[in-house]
Design a protein around this ligand. Sequence first.
Ligand SMILES: [Ca+2]
Ligand SMILES: [Ca+2]
Ligand SMILES: [Ca+2]
Length: 257
Amino acid sequence: MLGSPLARDRPVRLGRGRRYVRALVAAAAAACVPSGLAQPALPVVSGFDLSAEGWTIPASVEWRGAGGNPGGYLHGPIPDPHNTVAAARAPAAYLGDWSTLDGRALIGFDHRIFDAGTVNFIIPYKVVLSGPGGRAQWDGPTAGGATPWTRLVAPVHASAWAVQSGTWAGLLANVTDLTIQIEIVDNVCCVEDQAGLDNAVLTCRADFNADGGLDTLDVLAFLNAFNAADSRADFTGDGELDSLDFLAFLNEFNAGC
Ligand SMILES: [Ca+2]
Ligand SMILES: [Ca+2]
Ligand SMILES: [Ca+2]
């Protein structure tokens, strides 16, 4: 139990105290050594309306100027003889030191399966983060076949990811690769499935609907999640949903991204 300074029954030994403070300061300084890597400036938004906006796409993916949600989007796989697994890698604005984003940010994107083809199996929606310190994969729900444009949200929080190598903290210290899977259908035969990716965003978690902006829709989305006992509404991270979560959400909402 913490006592009042007035309640001390013996004088504080300043020499030991100063050494202790110096040790604390040194430890704090060591923990806060800047990595030299830039942190992404949130929100980072890709609407793909005029181009692929710097995303790295393989030959099995192409930018299309119409048909997205709305406007331009990334489409894959385009028919080719190799049946490659179509995915898109985020540009530099998304990458760098994510340490301060841990538990405080979201990755959002819209996905659509235009045509599932003859389905062998469908894998869950998938996002992969990797860097020198590790690799982690987020698996979302699994589509049942062709879909309309569907919003997916992956919280930047260890509990939502499978760490496949290294450590979560080590990975976040230097994220060099953010890949969003576009092709999630394995076909019986050839390249038959057709899918799209639009409206990718890396944003703060108060942007609850992950659209890159803060407005009343985020408050409504938070309240809906809260009422549905969705763990995403647990802003205090204590495993409980109560008024403190709402206050924490409002504080972060008012602070902005
Ligand atoms: Ca678009
Ligand atoms: Ca929003
Ligand atoms: Ca809570």
